[in-house]
Design a protein around this ligand. Sequence first.
Ligand SMILES: *Cc1c(COP(=O)(O)O)cnc(C)c1O
Length: 212
Amino acid sequence: MKNLNYLKLKKQLPENVNLLAVSKYTNSKNIQSLYDLGQQHFGESKVQEAQIKQYDLINNQKLKWHFIGKIQSNKITKIVNNFDYIHSVDSLKKLQKISKVAIELNKTPKIMIQIKLSDDPDKGGMYREDLLSNFDEIKLIKGIQLIGLMTMNPKGLSSKDNLNLFKQCRSLADSLLLKECSMGMSQDWKEAVEAGSTWIRLGSLIFGDRII
Ligand SMILES: *Cc1c(COP(=O)(O)O)cnc(C)c1O
């Protein structure tokens, strides 16, 4: 656990950039120690793994959980029940199901729609055209709070290509009047911040190598 890295990073970030600590790399104890330093937002990509930590950390009232993994339809009830933010909504159909469940559970999850800006087979997301053609319908969906877009760049791009893709995400969000852009990970967060990210999602840079 590299608390020093965390403190150094926090100092470098502009005020309008939120830091999501991606805790899929680590255990409840390390999450607690970061929370005690003031970190409130934690991201997990697997429901089952997250539930154990959420149970351990239930008394930390300001702790907010973000779901950043691939959404399986049969897990949506658990995701809506256990997470305050969902970054990885990659289809209209899933958004509609999230809405239905959220209304039933009387919750209002904050939603970011994942956007696919390049043809990377490893990365999910909605294509820009599909988002635009469905956006009137999306805006009317109840039970959710749509706050922004999320994107994940392919690995191994040059700094310039990363910056360019992040700028595309930012300008798409701006054109739809969405404030938040969840973009930037340990390898490319600087480019993301330069392009206007409001949520960077950092795992290995904060927690080091994965221990669980
Ligand atoms: C794991 C993960 C991260 C963090 O990755 P690092 O490169 O370790 O910072 C960010 N976003 C998503 C969606 C992830 O799955």
